[in-house]
Design a protein. Sequence first.
Length: 404
Amino acid sequence: MKYINRRLTIEKISLQKIANKFGTPFYSYSYSKLKENISNFKKSFRSFSPLICFAVKSNTNVNIIREIKKFGLGADVVSVGELMMALKAGINPSKIVFSGVGKTTSEISFAIDKKILLINAESLSEIKEINRIAKSKNKRIKIGVRLNPNTDAKTLSQISTGKKENKFGVNKNTFYEIINYCKNSKNIDLKCLSVHIGSQILDYRPYEKMLKAVSQILNKSNHKFEFIDLGGGMGISYTDKNKKLNYKKYNTAVLKFLRKHKVKIIFEPGRSIIGDTGTLVSKIIYIKDSGSKKFIILDAAMNDLMRPALYGAFHKTLPVTKSNKTSKKPYEFVGPICESTDKFVTLKKFQLLNEKDLIAICDVGAYGMSLSSNYNLRPKPIELLIKGSKIKVIRKRQKHKDII
Ligand code: LLP
């Protein structure tokens, strides 16, 4: 996105023009940014051509997944709903991995019937359940086991998953126990070790540590794995000050690992593929002066974008039309929902705003719409895919009649 003649423009269309046609709030995604992200991701790891499975939880729009599929990516899913959506988008089951700590009997059964690449199990109980179902279907099922490497991802605690106090994966003793269990099972084929230490990771060193931990386990395990699934977690720059993840160093660490272990690598990126392609555009309903600051009351709220309320996450917020006047008071951008956490950001300096002006909240392509809800019985916003000067409605705006 950039300003052209003071108007914030996505690809070749100004956000104001889109708002005039489709109303607010809306999510828009840039196709060329998506293409660039996928190409950069592939380039970063081209020396070992991993299988890249898009983490569907980050954006569940079937049209987005369809576009991603066209670049040859597979999918990482965590529920039967996501699995159905990935299949609907046309992703080949041989490129789908199924993660998650609590897969139910019917979810496992569905995944087996669809012949997906791997069910990545997270406990011995789950593996026994997979074994039981596979036996009843007289099948041999390829699985992975998620290791909890007890590695600090150095990210927000709420999105950290690789430490021993987190519910994810199994510790190394259980891991060895599982290997033995699988050796004695005719219905389970243990093909993969998976790890995922957290999300929005900007420092490559936790990945180095994770690879070391995995390497040690492999050396001791005496089991031939075909795949190592390293999960996702690659962070993006939400602020201009954010340092970027050093992909070169991550690539070097994986190459070092691959010299010792002859395996195929799987990645499960979500945010790094779709995060910075998305923008949420909202209109100012009212401006309220509270003395020390002004509340900018938007028509978008925490139900449309949950990240600031849930994690205190920061999203760059920009005026859709630029002016030279500056506000004298700080602005607090809030939504109409009856919660004090329904707040996007407070900014000390911003251009002078008026009621009915438009605001763009940036980098919301990942965990934006996918975390949205109908709280306060608010219909969900429309989603648009922008390709050059073309706009495609990829999900209609919900109507009250859909939810009432
Ligand atoms: N693989 C597994 C097993 C995961 O649990 C996740 C994310 C991913 C891959 C993709 O991670 P990514 O590349 O997107 O970082 N709602 C939070 C993020 C939660 C991430 C959950 N798991 C947020 O808005 O920041």
